[in-house]
Design a binder for this molecule. Structure first.
Ligand SMILES: [Zn+2]
Length: 332
């Protein structure tokens, strides 16, 4: 028997359901950092890494290692170096493209647009290794149909910066929206978004830029696209308190999960008396692709148990990952 995405499926007597988010969490959260501010690594990425989370760090590749970032045009906050980016990638963060030179993509002709998308990805792959794909973050959050179509040729997903929660279909993975974190926003704003995210079972993408101390020149000058390290730490505390309900993952991992959830096929095969095998044809078979979480439920009065994992329960969560053999389980 084959499943359609998100449907309950009877396989023999047990039921296999594709979970909306990994780990059967109610919502998903991605921390993303745009423009490649070196200071954001120490002040925000390290603390979230210490909490066990990974982020998406988007760089205009032409600015890596330079003193001047596209915005603000000041040397108060230097750009990350290729060594910084290598360390981030080695620690499991997604280091991804924010174009080469941070132009407004819709204003470019076809050739220039292609260079911004293709050359930035090539630089990242050559410098950091890893497979092509990943997220494209549109500079200034601006894109049109032509940009998203071209992004689909080269990237796994792409993100803008309008302020709303996301619930993309597979077709919309090149038009996801990050919530722009600005100086005028407090931790309460973000806490409210987290509540909404869980209420709506949605995906919240937080888009940070500079992260500075509250005596930093960008902060005291009232620069819009920055947040303070103190607020970041307080916000991470809120996220920590919601961790049982909230899946924190990189932009690419969540996009990959959406693809798996909507396009994979599950198959449950009876193997004999009360024994079954759960296998999947996954939509995204790349080795780093997100696993799909499936809830297995026993009929009333019975339990089920994975063959090589002791512990029977009425409901079990299992991950189906690329390249993984079929999962065998039995009814008790
Ligand atoms: Zn930017």
């Amino acid at each position: 028997m084959t499943s359609a995405p998100g449907d309950d499926r009877v396989c023999g007597e047990p039921r296999a359901t594709v979970c909306r988010w990994w780990g059967d969490r109610r919502g998903a959260l991605s921390f993303t950092f745009d423009d490649g501010y070196q200071g954001a690594i120490e002040r925000a990425v390290r603390p979230l890494e210490a909490a066990g989370w990974r982020c998406t760090y988007a760089v205009p590749t032409g600015f890596v290692g330079r003193d001047l970032l596209p915005d603000p045009p000041c040397a108060a906050e230097p750009a990350a170096s290729w060594d910084d980016l290598s360390r981030l990638a080695a620690a499991g963060h997604e280091v991804c493209s924010h174009s080469v030179s941070h132009p407004e993509l819709p204003t470019l002709d076809d050739d220039a647009l292609r260079r911004e998308l293709v050359d930035s990805q090539r630089a990242l792959t050559e410098r950091l290794g890893g497979p092509p794909g990943g997220t494209l973050v549109y500079p200034f959050g601006r894109f049109d149909e032509r940009c998203s179509s071209l992004a689909a040729e080269t990237y796994t997903c792409a993100r803008g910066t309008r302020l709303r929660l996301c619930d993309p279909s597979v077709e919309e993975l090149y038009r996801t929206d990050g919530a722009l974190i600005q100086r005028g926003m407090t931790c309460k704003h973000l806490a409210r978004w987290l509540e909404q995210c869980l209420e709506e079972r949605a995906w919240l993408i937080e888009a940070y830029h500079a992260v500075v101390t509250e005596d930093h020149p960008l902060w005291t000058a009232g620069y819009t696209y920055c947040w303070s390290d103190r607020r970041v730490r307080e916000h991470l505390g809120h996220v920590r308190a919601l961790e049982a309900d909230l899946w924190v993952a990189t932009h690419e991992q969540v996009a990959s999960y959406v693809r798996q959830r909507e396009r994979s096929e599950l198959r449950c095969t009876p193997l004999g008396a009360d024994r079954f095998a759960l296998s999947a044809r996954l939509a995204d078979e790349r080795s780093g692709a997100a696993p799909l979480t499936v809830a297995l439920e026993a009929p009333p009065g019975r339990t089920l148990e994975l063959e090589d994992t002791p512990g029977a329960a009425a409901r079990l969560l299992v991950d189906v990952a690329p390249g993984q053999p079929a999962l065998r389980f039995r009814l008790r």
